[in-house]
Design a protein around this ligand. Sequence first.
Ligand code: HEM
Length: 146
Amino acid sequence: MYEIFQLIHKALFFVVMILGLAVLVKAAMGLSGKTAFAETDRKLGLFFMISNHTQLLIGLILYLFLSPFGLKAFTDFGSEVMKIAEYRKIAVEHISTNIIAIILITIGYSKNKRAIDSAVRHKNALIFYGLGLVLLLSRIPWDKLF
Ligand code: HEM
């Protein structure tokens, strides 16, 4: 079970990155070319947000029940995890930073649902999805990914 969730979490990482990159490139092109915020722009943002929410769900299952680098790191008496910086990064920083990133991405999408002006919507996408992506990238346990 643990391996299956690890695999899904890893595979979704690539989905999130590809969608995140696409959403930012589209927003930058839309803003510089002064083009309308199209239905494809909205849908890309929606899929980016959904992939992050799915990642949040899988990540929380790993964190709460399966991974030695989640809650178990705090509860296992004598756990070595908290003594090693790379592992502590998952137990503490990965979860907290990623929750903030996913909140920002969700705010970006809901702001764009209400906004009407295309330039504002492209800008919202660039700022909120961009900040979210930077935060995500700053706390990926790269050594465990590959
Ligand atoms: C806030 C929600 C999240 C939680 C609670 C969470 C939790 C975890 C946990 C517990 C691990 C260690 C798994 C293991 O035992 O090996 C992990 C690893 C990892 N996470 Fe997350 N994660 C979250 C969000 C994300 C997001 C949004 C991404 C990227 C888009 C991501 C990418 C990764 C990667 C690449 C690994 C290393 C692969 C692995 O160890 O399986 N996580 N995460």
